[in-house]
Structure formats: structure tokens, C-alpha cells
Design a binder for this molecule. Structure first.
Ligand SMILES: Nc1ncnc2c1ncn2[C@@H]1O[C@H](COP(=O)(O)OP(=O)(O)OP(=O)(O)O)[C@@H](O)[C@H]1O
Length: 600
């Protein structure tokens, strides 16, 4: 491991300021094959974290990189890692992989594996990457590790499993391991991998280069640093350093709506049905039941969505993610942190329920599942917190699913009085100062009270029909379907890994088909101000065009904030368009050209 050295954040900030405009991947010393591969992916210039991390990693330094969600941390370590393996690909006397990439969830495993495989394919180099999961039988682990592969992507739990199955020898790791990456390092310990990591650290050779990537700082990252990077070169990017309000990317506008818990269905209906938010939309709930409740409710109004939660089988979850990323549906309702939540519920139930059923609840959930953390949802424009997350870190990770890389995005949190405490905590964490006019999360002003009230009667009527029994039945039915599908998917994807059309995940779950009259909101119910707001949202969408930089010829930066109707419209007071909830963004006036750059 490399020598210890703290870089003063300011130096790096300056370096970043000076170099962001002119430095290209070539100038960072990246191999032309990798640059060509990036161009094929529509990626032309490095993000700030890549600018700083790539040269350091190429130099062989140990790096701890903290940077915002969606800031491109994966390529920041993958590109130099691959380049180093290109150079070493001649030496074949290894008994174990040269690089280990450890991530907290299986979804991330799959995501990183896909990204590495695609780069290898585009670069046309002879490198082999495998992904392991701890549920794989020993024979599959043995087959995967035969060779051995150059890169192994897995959760930390797999390593001790490989040791005990005798398919990976500690001594081989000691002789072969050159680079170790702990991605989403802030989550590894909280996901319960401490013992697995400890069991493995003893075998990491001194020469091994170690990289820790994380979005938030935490005591856990410090602990891991001590555990893995005994003598490390530490890089802490200033843009996240101790400056709390920089945790959420600047290109994400954050809004909130105050409403009672009972009215949340009504509000989400208004937001979606009146088209006040831009698609694609990722909606978060705290429990799986609530996820199904929202889905059933929305489908009565002809709004189709898919759910994603810890209970669904692995193959289905991956397929739902792929379909959503490919744009096959616009609304995804995700339940995160459900493990904790379900455990809590199981504990609450424990007084009344027999032991067996509690065990069952726990067993159903997949301990390596994480629907939000680090998953690269593509082109999500809006994140809605239907229920507030349990912590500020949870909020950061949820909101980080939009505004990724150079894209813009927005978030809307529906906050009930019960959730005000956590909301205050979140605002404090983000750096909002009560004494100053620092509204980081602004009131959402596109939705007028009239518009909400005009939908109340219908919404409340339909909400009543979405009973607990209906939710339970739909959840069970969805699970049964997905278990069946999961087997089909597995077989199918072995042959057609890219086929996305086998199954549709946004199918209607209600037993009764939605009533046709609920599909459309009649004109007499439409509030004129809201209609106007909806037009503006559509205009904003048209102005932004496709969010894929490759297809837009890398013109993301051409979209100016002051042209964004979302910034210049207020439903409550259209004539004073630049006041109210949208004022903050106008005042900030950060041009998109510099959105990823620290302003101080
Ligand atoms: N230089 C770049 N230019 C444009 N897009 C990029 C660049 N680097 C990465 N991306 C894209 O940005 C998105 C986010 O990248 P990535 O998943 O690495 O973010 P992250 O920092 O790991 O986020 P998180 O902390 O949420 O995991 C991905 O879709 C990736 O392809």
C-alpha cells in the first residue's frame, strides 16, 4: 500500500477549477482503447472526480474518494484499474484474480460487472471478469474462479464462502491480488459485512493498491480506512468534504409539499395525473405494502407502474431495473430500507404472532438487496418521496438517483406532520440555515390547492377501495408471478442476455379493470392555473429533449437554467413568476456549464 499523504482540499479544488475545462481523458494518461470505448458510450470528458482520481490511481496510489451520488465514481476507478490490467495481462502465473471489486448489494454487483464487461468488449482485450454471489453453489464458484479470472466482482460475503468451499486459497490472494476496490464503502459495514471484510483483510498483500469509493462520509468509512488502508494516500474531494450543502448535486432541484399522511395518495395522483412532474419518475415508499398500495391506487386512474422491492426474486429485480432503464415504463415504485422496516414490523408483530410467521417474514427478504444504493437508474428526471426516508443519508441516496452525471433532475418530498422531525434533520444535514435564506428544499409551487381539491372526491373514493386485503392479495400475486417469471427469466437470459421484452413488469394487478371514467380528468375538474403549470412542465421536457448525451450530441450543457420553465413559473402567482418557491434557483443562477464545480 502506498505512502501516507493528506492533500489539502483547497489545492485539489483549485486544480479542479483550473483543469475542468481543458483536461481530457487523453491528458489524464488514459489508454486510447479506453478512450475509444468511452466515446462509443457517448462519454467525452471526465467528471471532476474522474479528473482527480484517475491520475492518482494510475500512479499506484491508494485512494479514498468521496464524491456526490451520480458523479461518475465507477469509471473513476474502473478506467485506471482496467488500464493497469492491460499492462499486466502478460503475466499469467496467478492463482487468484488480480483485482477484487467488492460492493454491498447484488444489484450493484450486476451493474459493475456489466460495466466492466462492456468496457472489455469495446476495448477488445483479453481480460476475464466474473461476478459471484453468496447464494452460488460451490461448484459454480469453482467454475467461475477457474482460470483464474482477472477481475472478480462480488459482495464481501462471498470471499469467506469461497475460502470455506476451498475454491479460493488465502495464499493465492496474497500472491495475486494487485488492486482492491471497496465501492459504496459507506454502506459495506452497515450492510453487515464487517466480519467478512475482516476475514479477508489479513490476506491482502502489502503491495496491493486499495481504493475506497463512497458518496457520503461516515464513521464506517473511517473504520474501513483504518482496516484496509493502513498507510494510505488519502484523497478527499473538497466538493463533498465538510461542506454539507454540496452532498446533493447542484443540477437537482429539491422541492417539498406539506400534506397529511392520509392525503398523500391524493397528492401523488395530482402530481402525476396533472403532469406536473417530468418522467421518468422514481417513487419511494418505506414499506412493501405501501408500494403496492400506491401502485393499485394509481392503476385505478390508468397510471401504470412497476414495483421494486426486496421480496421479489433476484432475476425479476434485475429485469425490472433493465426495463426501467431501457424506458419501457415511466413510473417505478421502489421500497428501500425495507429490511429494517420489515424487521421492525416483525418485532411489532412478535407479541401476537407465532414464531414461525416472524421467521418467515425475515426469510423472505434478501439480505444483499438494495434498490437504491448506488444503482444507476437511467434518465430518472423526478424522484418522489411518497414517504420520507428514515435518515438524511437515506435521503441523499434516494435523491441521488436523479441528476446523474451531467443530467438535470428534481425531487419532491411529500412530508406529513409526523415526518417533520426527519425532514428538519435532513435540511440540517444538507446545510440549510434557519437564520439565513438558504432554502435548499423549496416548497413545490406548481400544484395549487384548487387543483388538489378538485381531485379529492375521486381520490378518496378510490383510496377506500384499495383495502389492506387487496394490497396483501396483490403483493402475494405479484410475488407468485415473479417467482414463476424468475425461472423463465433465468433460462431466457442465459441465451438472450439483452432481451428486455420477455415480460412486462408494469402489468395491472387489480382484479377489476380500472373504470374508464377515472382514466382522464374531465375539463370541469381541471384548475386553469394547474393546466398552465402542466403545459410548462411539458415545455421544459421538450426543451431538454432526450436526456441521453450520446443522442443529443453531448449538448446537455446547452440547456440553460434560465430557459427552464420550471424555474420561472409559479402556480400560485403566475404574474410574479420569479418569486415564491422558484426564487432560490433563480437567485443562485448557477449556469449548467459549471454545475459540477465547487463555487467557493
Ligand atoms: N465522464 C462522464 N460523462 C458523462 N457521463 C458519465 C461520465 N462518467 C460516468 N457517467 C455516467 O454517469 C452515471 C453515474 O455514474 P456512476 O454510477 O459511476 O455514479 P456514482 O458516483 O457511482 O453514483 P452513486 O454514488 O449513486 O453510486 C452513469 O450512467 C455513468 O455512465
Amino acid at each position: 500500500m502506498a505512502e501516507s499523504m493528506e492533500k489539502p482540499p483547497k489545492d485539489i479544488a483549485r486544480k479542479e477549477e483550473e483543469e475542468e475545462e481543458e483536461q481530457s481523458f487523453e491528458e489524464l494518461g488514459l489508454d486510447p482503447r479506453l478512450i475509444r470505448a468511452l466515446i462509443k458510450k457517448g462519454i467525452e470528458k471526465p467528471t471532476p472526480i474522474q479528473l482527480v482520481a484517475i491520475p492518482l490511481i494510475l500512479e499506484g496510489k491508494d485512494v479514498v474518494a468521496r464524491a456526490k451520488t451520480g458523479s461518475g465514481k465507477t469509471f473513476a476507478y474502473l478506467l485506471p484499474l482496467l488500464q493497469k490490467l492491460f499492462a499486466a495481462s502478460g503475466s499469467k502465473n496467478k492463482l487468484a484474480p488480480s483485482a477484487f471489486i467488492l460492493v454491498p448489494t447484488r444489484e450493484l454487483c450486476q451493474q459493475v460487472y456489466t460495466e466492466v464487461s462492456s468496457l472489455i468488449e469495446l476495448c477488445r482485450v483479453q481480460l476475464k471478469v466474473v461476478q459471484l454471489t453468496s447464494s452460488m453453489p460451490a461448484s459454480d464458484l469453482r467454475t467461475a474462479l477457474a482460470g483464474p479470472p482477472d477481475i472478480l466482482v462480488s459482495t464481501p460475503a462471498c470471499i469467506p464462502k469461497c475460502f470455506s468451499a476451498g475454491v479460493l486459497q488465502p495464499a493465492s490472494i496474497n500472491g495475486s491480488l494487485e488492486i482492491l476496490v471497496l465501492d459504496e464503502a459507506d454502506l459495506l459495514l452497515s450492510y453487515g459485512y464487517e466480519d467478512d471484510i475482516k476475514a479477508f483483510t489479513a490476506h491482502i498483500p502489502k503491495r496491493c493498491q486499495c481504493l475506497l469509493m463512497s458518496a457520503t462520509s461516515s464513521g464506517d468509512v473511517e473504520k474501513l480506512k483504518k482496516l484496509i488502508l493502513h498507510n494510505a494516500f488519502i484523497l478527499t474531494l473538497p466538493e463533498v468534504g465538510d461542506i454539507k450543502d454540496e452532498v446533493i448535486p447542484k443540477n437537482v432541484q429539491q422541492f417539498w409539499i406539506s400534506c397529511s399522511g392520509r392525503d398523500k395518495l391524493l397528492y401523488i395522483l395530482a402530481l402525476l395525473k396533472l403532469e406536473l412532474v417530468q418522467k421518468k419518475v422514481l417513487i419511494f415508499t418505506n414499506t412493501i405494502d405501501m408500494g403496492y398500495r400506491v401502485k393499485l391506487f394509481l392503476e385505478k386512474f390508468g397510471i401504470k407502474s412497476a414495483v421494486l422491492n426486496a421480496e421479489l426474486p433476484q432475476n425479476s429485480r434485475l429485469h425490472i431495473l433493465e426495463e426501467f432503464n431501457a424506458g419501457l415504463f415511466d413510473y417505478l415504485i421502489a421500497t428501500d430500507d425495507s429490511q429494517t422496516k420489515e424487521k421492525e414490523e416483525a418485532n411489532v408483530e412478535s407479541n401476537a404472532e407465532p414464531r414461525k410467521s416472524r421467521k418467515h417474514t425475515k426469510q423472505k427478504l434478501d439480505s444483499e438487496f438494495g434498490v437504491v444504493r448506488g444503482i444507476d437508474f437511467k434518465n430518472v428526471h423526478t424522484v418522489i418521496n411518497f414517504e420520507m426516508p428514515q435518515s438524511a443519508a437515506g435521503y441523499v441516496h434516494r435523491i441521488g438517483r436523479t441528476g446523474r452525471a451531467y443530467n438535470t433532475g428534481s425531487s419532491i418530498s411529500l412530508v406529513s406532520s409526523d415526518e417533520m422531525e426527519v425532514f428538519e434533520e435532513i435540511k440540517y444535514f444538507l446545510g440549510e440555515d434557519e437564520n439565513k435564506d438558504s432554502n435548499l428544499i423549496s416548497p413545490f409551487s406548481l400544484l395549487s390547492k384548487n387543483a388538489v381539491e378538485s381531485l379529492r372526491y375521486r381520490a378518496e373514493d378510490v383510496a377506500k377501495s384499495v383495502t389492506k386485503v387487496a394490497v396483501r392479495e396483490s403483493r402475494a400475486q405479484d410475488l407468485r408471478n415473479e417467482i414463476l417469471n424468475s425461472e423463465k427469466l433465468k433460462a431466457h437470459f442465459e441465451v438472450n442476455p439483452r432481451d428486455l421484452d420477455l415480460l412486462k413488469h408494469d402489468k395491472v394487478l387489480s382484479k377489476k379493470p380500472p373504470a374508464p371514467h377515472l382514466r382522464d380528468v374531465p375539463d370541469y375538474l381541471l384548475d386553469p392555473t394547474t393546466q398552465e403549470a402542466s403545459k410548462f412542465v411539458k415545455l421544459a421536457r421538450a426543451a431538454m429533449g432526450n436526456t441521453n448525451p450520446a443522442r443529443r450530441g453531448g449538448s446537455k450543457r446547452k440547456f440553460k437554467k434560465n430557459k427552464d420553465p420550471l424555474k420561472t413559473f409559479s402556480a400560485e402567482a403566475p404574474k410574479r413568476a420569479r418569486n415564491g418557491g422558484m426564487k432560490r434557483e433563480d437567485k443562485d443562477g448557477n449556469s449548467h456549464k459549471h454545475k459540477n464545480r465547487k463555487s467557493s
